[in-house]
Design a binder for this molecule. Structure first.
Ligand code: TA6
Length: 294
């Protein structure tokens, strides 16, 4: 169906009321609701749904370059392109029995080949599970016919909706090394207990576990992020100053969001022609009493 500004949007629904919304523009999830119709992802009230701007919120796909450290636009071009529905995908390992899902595909374009001279097929499967968990599976294949390999970095730039960032804890990144984007990407080691937030944070945690928990104390809700093939995790909150500097971000909205991004940043991925890389993330929202120890 049509969303904002005539951009095509697909809605995934599940019998108990869970739902997700995906724009073909950017292959971007913009909404993920639980069975009570509560929105679980952050989407800025000032988000711009007009190419070539990336939509501020949901789950932007960062490919073939995470960050602006490289020759491409910040976070690469995939999130600013029109994807198409992949009606005949090769078999995905992610099974879809009694799940709502959509398969999207993005391929190299004439235009992009000028800045990134490679042929590729990027297949994205978005699945809404029976318990409302949202899974994104990416398969990126090098289809170069000139024998050339290519190298890329990647992230699911997930914006979680939280009640109050100063009442949020993240578990799973304790004692890990991270690159601090606010300190020239210098390497530091995280302290030994859960991470809390009282100022701008922009860190790439390295060699992170497959499971990370985000505890929203006020709403008694825990987000659990599980990932495969994505060794790093970016943690970002712009806080007040940076938020004001972003035209598509409300001044106070930083209080109600936190980005935890399953990523491949420290060690870029290199594919030879014919090779395929897979990266998967699954997010769920559980009552905090259930906690993150599971
Ligand atoms: O998520 C980390 C980050 O790289 C931050 O440095 C900040 O730039 C953020 O991404 C948002 O980037 P964007 O291009 O979407 O405004």
């Amino acid at each position: 169906c049509m969303g904002v500004n005539g951009l095509e949007k697909v809605i995934l629904t599940e019998v108990r009321g869970f739902s997700a919304e995906v724009y073909l523009y950017g292959g971007q999830v913009t909404s993920w609701k639980n069975e009570h119709r509560e929105e679980l992802l952050f989407l800025s009230n000032k988000a711009i749904f007009k190419p070539p701007k990336a939509i501020r919120g949901g789950i932007p796909i960062c490919f073939p370059q995470f960050s602006n450290h490289g020759s491409l636009e910040q976070h690469g071009f995939a999130r600013n392109r029109f994807w198409t529905e992949d009606l005949d995908p090769p078999p995905f390992a992610t099974n879809t029995t009694n799940k709502a899902f959509i398969d999207l595909i993005l391929k190299n374009s004439e235009e992009d080949s000028k800045i990134w001279p490679h042929r590729y097929e990027f297949r994205l499967r978005i699945t809404l599970g029976p318990g409302g968990d949202l899974m994104l599976t990416s398969r990126i294949r090098n289809t170069n016919t000139d024998g050339k390999s290519f190298t890329f970095t990647f992230a699911y730039h997930t914006y979680f909706s939280v009640t109050d960032i100063s009442e949020v804890r993240v578990e799973g990144l304790e004692t890990l090394d991270y690159l601090d984007n606010l300190k020239n990407r210098e390497r530091f080691t995280e302290q030994g207990d859960a991470i809390t937030f009282e100022s701008e944070v922009d860190k790439v945690y390295l060699s992170t576990p497959t499971k990370i928990a985000i505890l929203d104390h006020e709403r008694k809700r825990t987000f659990v992020l599980r990932k495969d093939g994505l060794p790093d995790a970016v943690v970002w909150n712009p806080w007040d100053k940076k938020a004001k500097a972003l035209s598509d971000f409300g001044d106070d909205e930083y209080k109600h969001m936190l980005c935890i991004e399953a990523a491949c940043v420290e060690k870029p991925i290199t594919l030879k022609p014919g090779e395929e890389w897979k990266g998967r993330q699954e997010i769920s929202a559980v009552p905090s009493s259930y906690c993150s120890g599971q």
